[in-house]
Design a protein around this ligand. Structure first.
Ligand code: AMP
Length: 369
């Protein structure tokens, strides 16, 4: 891959907080950024070199965008297939559309995990109420019904505790939606009584070099990430296996860029893959203050032909998401703490469940004062 020169422009599809932090990482490496997305007054446009506010199916705006950039990447994976295909015909796009297509669909993701010999929770594809009944008989209770597409942070999923909940769960997820004849509308998966949740973020360059950040231990509240802690204090075998799964996944998808894999660790020490995202990930925000190179800088390096660097961690860290209307109350105590590194996303309106920022609290490492 030819290394992009200083002053080249990285195009970013999506203009939320991940795009914002990507722009901030690109600048010290000499790159300009052009963010593209449908939302006005977005977190990313406040810090990008250039911004386009347009829909993902606006071919005229996409053509102008493609001409203005040297490479395109994504800050979220739910960009329509036609947008990615259109851009790929005009400019370099990393990661490839193939990787996005799998990561956009939970059932395709699960099939992919089994192809690379990584386990998942027991699951069944569901396209109708009758499918759901059969799947519940096979999987048992409790279980979780999740839409294959467009679900995140607990949206598009319902826990089913007994047969009585099944009808309501199906209604809730399928109301007003067209059920595709191809693929699965939803997946029913068994509810895992895990001992913890972890995630690993890997970066891969065009030569195939892969570098992984350490696993983070993640705690979710209301299906949304609340904290990530590193070190995760895991059995070395779990670290080795989770890293091996992540490397197999990024390699097999031929990704140039990042891949985050979220996993459950069961009480018997089994690793079950939950989902993956071929982009920077909320559970990797700890890397910004605790590592020499963070997830955003590794992505910039991977897609511009700069060398990846070993992402060594210099501090122990807890990342805390600032969410919802009362985030300002939490923030005031962190602002007075010199070990708390604050990252606000520039959003003017706070709403319940809206991610407003995060704080990385650097912790003394054992043996240090
Ligand atoms: P997801 O949208 O699949 O990442 O789910 C969000 C969160 O819900 C996960 O991080 C878990 O905390 C919880 N969750 C999702 N699926 C399961 C499952 N099969 N068993 C137990 N908890 C789950």
């Amino acid at each position: 891959m030819t290394r992009l020169s200083s002053g080249a422009t990285i195009g970013i599809l999506g203009n939320g907080q991940l795009g914002r932090m990507l722009c901030l990482a690109a600048a010290p490496l000499g790159f300009c950024t052009h963010v593209y997305g449908p939302n006005k007054n977005s977190p990313a446009e406040q810090v990008a070199t250039t911004s386009t506010v347009a829909n993902y199916d606006d071919k005229t705006a996409l053509a102008t965008f493609a001409k203005s950039v040297d490479v395109v990447t994504f800050e979220f994976e739910n960009v329509p297939a036609s947008t990615a295909a259109y851009l790929a015909a005009h400019t370099k796009v990393h990661p490839s559309w193939k990787a996005l297509e799998i990561a956009q669909d939970r059932t395709k993701e699960k099939v992919f995990f089994s192809k690379i010999k990584a386990k998942t929770a027991d699951w069944r594809p569901v396209n109708s109420k009758d499918d759901l009944k059969v799947a519940l008989k096979e999987i048992g209770f409790p279980a979780i019904l999740k839409t294959s597409r467009l679900g995140y942070d607990g949206k598009g999923q319902v826990k089913i505790k007994s047969a009585v909940d099944a009808e309501m769960a199906w209604q809730k997820l399928s109301a007003g939606k067209s059920i595709r004849s191809k693929g699965a509308f939803a997946a029913l998966e068994s509810f895992i009584d895990f001992s913890c949740e972890i995630s690993i973020i890997a970066a891969r360059d065009e030569k195939g070099t892969i570098m992984c950040f350490e696993p983070a231990k993640n705690v979710h509240e209301n299906h949304m990430l609340a904290t990530s802690t590193v070190p995760a204090n895991l059995d070395p075998k779990i670290i080795e296996e989770s890293e091996s799964i992540t490397k197999r996944a990024i390699q097999s998808l031929d990704i140039v860029g990042l891949l985050a894999v979220e996993m459950f660790v069961t009480r018997s020490g089994e690793i079950l893959c939950n989902e993956m995202a071929p982009r920077p990930h909320n559970s990797g925000h700890w890397t910004i203050d605790a590592c020499g190179t963070d997830q955003f800088q590794q992505l910039v390096r991977a897609i511009t032909g700069l060398p990846l660097v070993h992402p060594a961690r210099h501090s122990d860290v807890e990342m805390i998401n600032l969410v919802g209307e009362d985030y300002a109350d939490q923030l005031s105590s962190y602002l007075a703490n010199p070990d708390a590194h604050t990252h606000l996303y520039g959003k003017t309106e706070s709403k319940p469940g809206r991610k407003m920022g995060h704080v990385n609290i650097l912790l003394p490492r054992p043996g240090e004062n």
